[in-house]
Design a protein around this ligand. Structure first.
Ligand code: PLP
Length: 391
């Protein structure tokens, strides 16, 4: 079997399948929503875990220095950012780190900037920690490219604004932020005493025409003002290992973060995850290059399909394996649009509206699937469009 061949996940309790009925009201959809890949986790990771299981005791273990060194080495090789193992803390999930950082760096009632449309747990973490959302919607330029709206942000910042949640690369719009964009945003935050939580979990899924730049790598000042969230979950399709990293260069911010983290006592996580983490970062390069080729071909396939079906607007994502489909030309309400995708096209996608009101009229399709699954999905969508008079 090839690395990117179809694998049946309906037999393994995959969320994508088990929640189909609840989310879409039917089992009869191709599930292309939650952001994990229908692609096997690299064999080097699976082998390392199998090897560890040859030792029969799965007790408490701590993250080894070599595991963190493997991540530092990966980040330097792939993103040109030199980080130290001392800056790293374990986290069971990036979203958990966002919650912890919110509690560490702000108080109840403070304002936190969220740049909509964005990954829904950003909103949820702000609200459930009793902070106020300060919405700074992304804008689209004349070419339709999403940009930061710094004028809007400047006008909205108040003394209560304490944090900005940055999504870089951006889910769902697929932007890989350019150096000058990041510097302008970062400087505005520094000037206003706003700490940036930079969620860079998609940092490795970036296509060849773009370069991911870790915000904290841009200057010593930005490094001191940024909490970066990274991990192997997206890159190596190992979300189920529940392991990620919080990178904080500033000793002062690190101390505050760790004090908050200490309160929930999740320690260093699970031994099999440590082993998987180290194997991924130290042995995953070749698999990763092949993954990017696979995703790049899938992305091109969607682009070609959209050229042939101009009623669906599409700008190639610069990063992430998520296609942000502009369905506004179908002139359907959001409920109707969702029903159209489920009932007519047999596709279970994420509704754009779930990312914020700016996502109205969009659907997000996860294209990290086997080639034939994507072909099937596009075929189903073509047929649904034709049947409904959009062909
Ligand atoms: C931007 C972003 N952050 C975080 C996550 C989830 O990470 P975790 O499962 O480690 O909480 C996702 C998953 O889709 C994501 O897109």
């Amino acid at each position: 079997m090839g690395d990117f061949d179809f694998i049946d996940r309906s037999v393994s309790n995959a969320e994508k399948h088990t929640l189909k009925e609840k989310l879409f009201g039917t089992q009869e959809v191709l599930p292309m929503w939650v952001a994990d890949m229908d692609i096997a986790t690299p064999s080097c990771v699976l082998e390392a875990v199998r090897h560890r299981l040859e030792h029969p005791i799965i007790g408490y273990e701590i993250m080894s220095k070599t595991a963190y060194e493997a991540q530092c080495d990966w980040v330097e090789r792939h993103h040109g950012w030199k980080i130290s193992t001392e800056w790293l803390s374990y986290s069971p999930s990036v979203v958990a780190s966002i919650g912890c950082a919110i509690r560490a760096f702000s108080d109840e009632g403070d304002e936190i900037i969220v740049q909509s449309p964005v990954y829904p747990p950003f909103y949820d973490m702000v609200r459930s920690n009793n902070r106020k959302l300060l919405l700074n919607a992304l804008m689209q330029d004349a070419q339709g490219e999403y940009r930061f709206d710094l004028e809007d942000l400047k006008a909205k910042i108040t003394p209560k604004t304490k944090l900005l949640l940055l999504c870089s690369p951006h889910n769902p719009v697929g932007r890989v932020w350019r150096r000058e964009e990041l510097i302008a945003l970062g400087e505005l935050c520094v000037q206003n005493g706003i700490v940036i939580i930079s969620d860079e979990v998609h940092c490795d899924i970036v296509f060849s025409e773009s370069t991911h730049i870790p915000l904290a790598s841009l200057s010593p000042i930005l490094s001191e003002n940024t909490v970066t969230l990274m991990g192997p979950g997206k890159t190596f399709n190992m979300a189920g290992f529940s392991i990620s990293t919080v990178v904080i260069a500033s000793s002062q911010l690190r101390e505050r973060y760790r004090k908050e983290q200490h309160k929930v006592h999740y320690g260093d996580g699970a031994v099999l995850s440590h082993v998987a983490f180290e194997a991924a970062y130290s042995q995953g390069d070749v698999w990763y290059q092949n993954l990017m080729n696979h995703l790049s071909t899938n992305r091109a396939m969607i682009e070609q399909w959209c050229i042939a079906h101009p009623v669906i607007g599409f700008r190639k994502p610069q990063g992430t394996y998520l296609a942000w489909l502009d369905c506004r030309a179908l002139k359907m309400g959001d409920r109707e649009l969702r029903d159209f995708f489920v009932k007519e096209a047999g596709l279970g996608l994420s509704a754009g509206l779930s990312f914020g009101k700016e996502g109205s009229g969009y659907m997000r399709l996860n294209f990290a699937v086997a080639r034939e699954v994507l072909q099937q999905a596009l075929r189903q969508l073509s047929e649904a469009l034709v049947r409904n008079g959009y062909g």
